[in-house]
Design a protein around this ligand. Structure first.
Ligand SMILES: [Zn+2]
Length: 196
């Protein structure tokens, strides 16, 4: 279950483009596949005013939910969790990986029944945000929902909890042998050389 608002989606994508976080070209992905789109998501979070605006849009979706704490997975969502928590007037904490597991460290904790919002920057398969969801539930905290900037799963993500995305992006990818850009003789783009 997702909620997307067209005007917010356009604005969010505009901020990603302005930050140079959404690139068009012919890219070699770390998976070995080729794509015409590359998302360098951290670039949008380097601008505090962009973080503030994106955070305000996400926070507004949960403004009536009496959120008590915002939690996001390190590293990408630390800044975002802070931004959302600032708007909601709550504290913000983050999860980390330890021995391959998603954990709370540094004295961070969630209390049983505490109304908790999980935030994430981008969901592709939903794997990492599911681990945070499992962790929150294991503490006995009350998981209210998930707020995420971008859905790049093509709308296929079902996290089993109320989920709000600001925008969806389509990012097709192909095996090199099937890549239409290779077939057209388009040279591979070095990252950052072209913006949409
Ligand atoms: Zn190609």
């Amino acid at each position: 279950m997702t909620e997307i608002n067209v005007k917010e989606a356009e604005r969010a994508m505009e901020l990603f483009r302005q930050a140079g976080a959404l690139l068009k070209g012919h890219f070699l992905l770390t998976s070995g596949r080729h794509s015409d789109t590359y998302l360098e998501k951290s670039l949008v979070l380097q601008y505090p005013r962009f973080v503030d605006e994106l955070s305000a849009m996400l926070a507004e979706k949960f403004a009536a939910d009496k959120i008590e704490v915002v939690v996001g997975p390190a590293v990408g969502a630390i800044v975002l969790a802070h931004g959302v928590a600032r708007v909601l007037g709550t504290r913000a904490i983050f999860t980390e990986r330890e021995g391959g597991r998603c954990v709370l460290r540094r004295g961070f904790s969630l209390a049983p029944g505490e109304r908790t919002l999980v935030v994430e920057d981008v969901v592709t398969t939903g794997g990492s945000v599911r681990e945070v969801i499992d962790l929150v539930r294991a503490t006995g905290a009350d998981l209210v929902g998930v707020g995420c900037l971008l859905d790049r799963s093509g709308g296929r993500t079902d996290l089993g909890v109320r989920t709000a995305f600001l925008a969806q992006i389509e990012a097709p990818s192909w095996l090199p042998a099937d890549c239409p850009l290779c077939a057209a003789g388009v040279p591979l783009t070095s990252r950052g050389s072209r913006h949409i």
